[in-house]
Design a protein around this ligand. Structure first.
Ligand code: PMP
Length: 305
C-alpha cells in the first residue's frame, strides 16, 4: 500500500506526497467547490491499462463546466498527467484521483480571484466493498436521506459538495450495520448508492434508473449497459419504485470503486436466493474479461501506459 508515499502531480509539477498542500482559506475548504474523478488502472497480461481514461477526463471537464470552473489545462494534458502520475509512482494497478478545485484568493461565496488548481494522486487499491462482496454480495438499506433534487445541486457533476449527501447516506448505513445505503430521488424513486449506480434484474430484464432520477452518469453503468446488450440482455432505463428492490430477482451496484457488486439483501429482505444471481455473475465475467484482456477491447476502453 503506497497511500501517503510517492509523488502527486500538483498544478503541473510533481511534488512529494507530503508537500501537496493548500491554504486553510482556500475556497474549496469552505464551500465544497471541487470536481473530481475516480479512475482505475488494471494490470493484465498485456501490461497496465487505465480503464476509460478519456471518458473520465471528459466527465471531469463537464463537471467543471457546470460550475463555471475553468481548468487551466486541456483534456489531453490531464490524460498525459494521469499516465505520468501512475508511471512516476511505479504503480501497475491502482486507483487514480484527479481533482480540480477553487484555491486560495479572496474568501466569499463568489469564487472571484480564486485560482483553479489541479492535483492528481494515485495509490494501490483493492476492491472497495471487499473481495467477499464481489462474490457473495452486500447488505444494504434504503436511506432515510434523499438524493439532491434536480433544481438544488446538479447530480451530473461529480462535485465535492455532492458527497456531503453521500456521506450522510454512507454513515447512516454503517451505523445501522449495513454495507451501503440506497438513496431515493426527490420523487421517491430509486436513484443510486452513495458512490455507485444500481441495477436490478426482474424476469431476465435489466433495469436501471434514468438520468432524470438524480444520478451520476456512471462510466461503469455505461460499461455494464453495453456489455449486457452485447450478450443479448435487454436493458431498460426506467423509474424504479422502492418496492421493486424487494421483489427483484437480482440487484447489483456498479462503480469504478465497487466494480460490479451484488446486493444480497435490502432492508433485511433477501434478494432472490440471497446469493449472487446468474445475470450478475455473467456480467461480472464479461467485465473482467475486458479488463483482463481476455477478449478484444472493441470499445477502446483500455489505455495502456
Ligand atoms: N454514483 C455516485 C454518486 C458515485 O460517486 C459514483 C462513483 N464515481 C458512481 C455513481 C459510479 O460512477 P463510475 O462508474 O463512473 O465510477
Amino acid at each position: 500500500m503506497n497511500f501517503g508515499k510517492g509523488k502527486i502531480w500538483f498544478n503541473g509539477e510533481f511534488v512529494d506526497w507530503k508537500d501537496a498542500k493548500i491554504h486553510v482559506l482556500s475556497h474549496v475548504v469552505h464551500y465544497g467547490s471541487s470536481v473530481f474523478e475516480g479512475i482505475r488502472c488494471y494490470k493484465n497480461k498485456k501490461g497496465s491499462a487505465i480503464f476509460r481514461l478519456e471518458d473520465h477526463v471528459k466527465r471531469l471537464f463537464e463537471s467543471a463546466k457546470i460550475y463555471r470552473m475553468e481548468i487551466p489545462y486541456s483534456e489531453d494534458e490531464i490524460c498525459d498527467a494521469i499516465i505520468e502520475t501512475v508511471k512516476i509512482n511505479n504503480l501497475e494497478e491502482c486507483y487514480i484521483r484527479p481533482i480540480a478545485f477553487r484555491g486560495y484568493g479572496e474568501l466569499g461565496v463568489n469564487p472571484q480571484n480564486c485560482p483553479v488548481e489541479v492535483a492528481i494522486a494515485a495509490w494501490e487499491w483493492g476492491t472497495y466493498l471487499g473481495e467477499e462482496a464481489i462474490k457473495n454480495g452486500v447488505d444494504v438499506c434504503v436511506s432515510s436521506w434523499r438524493r439532491m433534487a434536480p433544481n438544488t445541486l446538479p447530480n451530473i457533476a461529480k462535485a465535492g459538495g455532492n458527497y456531503l449527501n453521500s456521506q450522510l447516506v454512507k454513515m447512516e448505513a454503517i451505523a445501522n450495520n449495513y454495507d451501503e445505503g440506497i438513496i431515493l430521488d426527490y420523487q421517491g424513486f430509486v436513484s443510486e448508492g452513495s458512490g455507485e449506480n444500481i441495477f436490478i434484474v426482474k424476469d431476465g430484464i435489466l433495469y436501471t434508473p434514468p438520468v432524470h432520477s438524480s444520478i451520476l452518469i456512471g462510466i461503469t453503468r455505461d460499461t455494464v449497459m453495453k456489455l449486457a446488450e452485447d450478450i443479448g440482455i435487454e436493458v431498460r432505463e426506467e423509474n424504479i419504485p422502492r418496492e421493486m428492490l424487494y421483489i427483484a430477482d437480482e440487484i447489483f451496484l456498479t462503480g469504478t470503486a465497487a466494480e460490479i457488486t451484488p446486493i444480497r439483501s435490502v432492508d433485511g429482505i433477501t434478494i432472490g436466493n440471497g446469493k449472487r444471481g446468474p445475470i450478475t455473475k455473467k456480467l461480472q465475467k464479461e467485465f473482467f474479461k475486458v479488463i483482463n484482456a481476455e477478449v478484444e477491447d472493441k470499445y477502446g476502453w483500455l489505455r495502456y501506459i
